[in-house]
Unconditional design. Structure first.
Lengths: 497, 321
């Protein structure tokens, strides 16, 4: 029986009468990477926030190495050796790597209370070296890529001698190489006796790095599994509480032969190279490639958000100029951007505002907005998309990630677009919500909407697209029928094999 | 049937107003408390004459603050409103004296206000300079222009008819109060019932998301400054009309009272949050403090300290609820 690093027992927590956690137990053995799984809203975040002292539990026991503790606040959590890495980074861009690592707990100060810079850099370099990471501690954090930032964040958490490390979706936005480095570091940490709790929607990652997995469903334990002895299907079933018949719903209709959108030698100031392709009416066309291959730049360009330098765009056979998103909208193009928080949503404003903002004209008569019509549109759209909870006056920031994504889609859905461009539409959302979004894409395509999906999830692309273009360094390098493609093939093409 | 729908919509409008009013409960309580205190301290405070007088005193701050609300909603700031008001006052008086026409004077003043607002907006949006800097510079330029134009001396001997706007009464109600009420209703309508309002709030809440929601962001950002310029012009005209004289040093520090009113009203300096109803109550709180302390006989030096403290307390109280 291995020693227990952390034990949670009978944790209860409710917010305003609604149970977020009900009698939840969790156990982290010494030297273990333990996955915490569940759909959006299953209670993972609440549990993590209790562990890091952000929320206080209503009842239950927390034991660190067999000793019962209470965690007062985040500072207290750190004192007890619990460090956390969140999806949102907490680094200061204008400080150096060394300064960031020791921010708030500078190791050595001089007589006057000033930081001894040399000592700081020496210790930071030591840390970086011990993980074999080649980052100069004098670099400004703002100059680092996302993956490197995440690594600095981990080292920052470790520098306070954390031996329980929480990793919440740590691979978000990271490239494959960066993910590999992260996993190597995690292996290294295991040897150094750091115990980790790993939260991710990517079950393939869980199978790669975790020893055990605890699944939460509706705020309760749904099972703990040894990763060696469990398969994907069982985990998903445990998360959803039902067997997922089809992760990728089958489309019944097919695309027509009529060309809807024609792109010829098109290039914007942000794109790496000119691109040509066409999209048919009712077609689901995928554009795939690794991060940084130029997918998002193409999407933004087609929506008129960047400055076009050359090339022709024609819609329904007529040449058009798209100088702004406003132009694009007038020509029936809608765009669901990659980063829902930064580009898609007005987080502090309510669901109604977020859904109606782009198509407010639908609720306007004689220049005056009808508030009744406005809430009708918002209600109808959120019902169609199954936004939960169904409260159009709720601020979007209080929704879970999957529901936020549905709202971003709803913003354009109510305008019944001819062409819909989606950039990474299923990033960071759970399997249930993903399937709903795939069904919706099918429904729109069947109605004749031309769908253009940019995604770096190859499995998703080969499953849902009629046709796939692979893009590498801004150039289309291959075209495949969706049915004929395999994940491996797409990956190989995208990497340039 | 058609009629019924409209009626429903109108009652929705009223209920929205009431709901918003409920959201401003904290500020209403502060206002009520101040009025009770001043009523106890001075027998002259709670008289219909004085209360109407307060609305007249508040009207100019309120009009300019409504323009400022548009700017702050988009996440910007306009420091030039006081100087613009002074320059517009001077321009209005000069044109009025030169042409003998009140109408031409008014038009000239309003056009100048729009021009200043457009310059502020264009430099901020297209020139990509922070609005704090642009309008700080404009604050100096407009004030300097007013002083140079007049040689530092006021322009007086304006026709008496011109005083109606700023100093006249319609029955017991000051004309400037009626003008301010009109501006308030119009702004409330624009922000709550038109596309413009939806766009302005969106831009302030998340500019990039607004752009990618196909909102012509730059146009509406410039427009916010133009509205602020127009409102300061109206304020400047009312000041000139009230005094029947254009002072190049008029409205000094007006921007601070105006920004204080908007922030007291619950607007966020980072944009996206704020209502004209809040601004109205904020302006009223400041007006009541000024008027009440004068009646009670607090020295004008001491008044500034009290005002500062009350603003801090009010903002903190609002934050905690």
């Amino acid at each position: 029986m291995p020693d227990i690093a952390l034990k949670l027992e009978g944790i209860h927590k409710s917010f305003g009468g609604i149970h977020a956690l009900k009698d939840v137990s969790f156990e982290l053995s010494e030297g273990e990477v333990h996955a915490l799984l569940g759909e959006n809203g299953a209670g993972k975040s609440t549990l993590i926030k209790i562990l890091t002292g952000v929320h206080k539990m209503d009842s239950g026991i927390i034991q660190v190495r067999g000793k019962t503790v209470t965690i007062e606040d985040p500072v207290d959590a750190r004192h007890k050796g619990i460090g956390a890495i969140y999806q949102e980074l907490s680094l200061v861009d204008s400080l150096t790597v060394a300064e960031n690592i020791f921010l708030g707990h500078e190791p050595s100060t001089s007589f006057f209370g000033t930081v001894r810079k040399k000592e700081l850099i020496r210790r930071a370099a030591e840390y970086l070296l011990s993980f074999g990471i080649k980052i100069d501690p004098n670099t400004l954090v703002g100059d680092l890529g996302l993956g490197q930032k995440r690594i600095v964040e981990i080292i920052k958490a470790l520098s306070i001698n954390a031996n329980i490390l929480l990793l919440d979706e740590p691979t978000t936005g990271m490239s494959r190489a960066e993910i590999d480095t992260l996993f190597e570091i995690m292996d290294d940490l295991k040897i150094k006796k750091v115990n980790m709790i790993y939260i991710s929607h990517h079950l393939d990652e869980v199978f790669r790095v975790c020893d055990r997995a605890t699944v939460l469903r509706d705020g309760q334990n749904a099972g703990t599994f040894e990763i060696d002895k469990v398969d994907l299907k069982t985990l998903v079933k445990s998360m959803l509480g039902r067997t997922l018949k089809e992760e990728f719903p089958v489309r019944e209709g097919r695309s027509s032969e009529e060309t809807l959108l024609g792109i010829k030698e098109f290039k914007t100031d942000k794109m790496l190279a000119p691109i040509s392709f066409s999209l048919k009416k009712g077609e689901i066309l995928g554009i795939t490639g690794i991060i940084g291959s130029g997918k998002s730049e193409l999407a933004l360009g087609l929506f008129g958000a960047d400055r076009a330098l050359k090339g022709k765009i024609s819609i329904g056979g007529r040449e058009v100029r798209l100088n702004s998103p406003d132009d694009a909208k007038r020509h029936g193009i809608s765009f669901i951007p990659e980063d829902r928080k930064e580009q898609g949503l007005f987080l502090r404003l309510n669901v109604e505002h977020n859904i109606c903002v782009a198509n407010i004209d639908l609720a306007i008569k004689n220049g005056i907005i009808s508030s009744k019509k406005k809430s009708e549109i918002a209600k109808e759209t959120s019902e169609k998309l199954k936004v939960r909870p169904l409260d159009i006056k709720m601020a979007v920031q209080n929704l879970s990630g999957g529901n936020q994504q549905k709202v971003v889609i709803g913003k354009w859905l109510c305008g019944e677009p001819d062409i819909l461009i989606l950039d990474e539409p299923t990033r960071g959302i759970d399997i249930g919500a993903k399937t709903e979004i795939y069904s919706l894409i099918n429904y729109l395509a069947d109605r004749g909407t031309g769908i253009l999906i940019m995604s770096s999830e190859f499995r998703e692309m080969s499953a849902i697209c009629d046709r796939i273009l692979v893009i590498r360094k801004g150039t289309i390098v291959a075209e495949l029928e969706g049915k004929d493609s395999s994940t491996e093939q797409l990956l190989t093409l995208a990497l340039g094999g | 049937m058609e009629n019924k729908v409209e009626k429903n919509d109108r009652s929705a409008f009223v209920s929205k107003f009431l709901r918003l009013l409920k959201g401003e409960l904290g500020l209403i309580l502060i206002l009520a408390a101040l009025m009770v205190v001043f009523s106890l301290m001075s027998p002259y405070f709670f008289t219909s004459r004085n209360l109407l007088n307060i609305t007249r005193q508040v009207s100019i701050t309120l009009i300019v603050a409504i323009g400022m609300t548009f700017v702050i909603l988009t996440g910007e700031i306009d420091l030039s409103v006081g100087s613009s008001a002074a320059l517009v006052g001077v321009a209005t008086a000069a044109v009025l004296n030169a042409t003998g026409s009140i109408f031409l004077g008014l038009i000239a003043g309003l056009i100048l206000g729009v021009g200043i607002g457009f310059a502020n907006g264009a430099l901020t949006v297209y020139g990509r300079v922070q609005s704090f800097i642009v309008t700080l510079a404009m604050m100096g330029i407009a004030r300097g222009a007013a002083l140079v134009w007049t040689g530092g001396k006021p322009i007086s001997r304006l026709p008496v008819d011109f005083a109606i706007m700023g100093a006249g009464y319609l029955g017991p109600v000051p004309v400037s109060t009626i003008i301010a009420a009109g501006v308030f209703i119009l702004a409330f309508f624009v922000l709550n019932r038109t596309k413009h309002g939806v766009y302005v709030k969106s831009i302030g809440a998340n500019r990039e998301a607004a752009r990618l929601s196909a909102i012509p962001v730059r146009k509406y950002r410039v427009l916010a400054f133009v509205i602020s310029g127009l409102m300061s012009a109206l304020g400047g005209i009312l000041i000139t009309s009230k005094l029947l004289s254009a002072q190049p040093t008029a409205a000094e520090g007006l921007e601070m009272n105006v920004i204080a009113a908007v922030i007291l009203g619950g607007a966020s300096l980072s944009g996206g949050i704020g209502t004209v109803l809040g601004t109205l109550l904020g302006a009223m709180v400041i007006g009541v403090i000024d008027n009440g302390m004068n009646l009670v006989g607090v020295s004008s030096f001491f008044q500034q300290i009290v005002k500062g403290v009350i603003i801090l307390v009010a903002v903190l109280a609002k934050r905690s609820d």
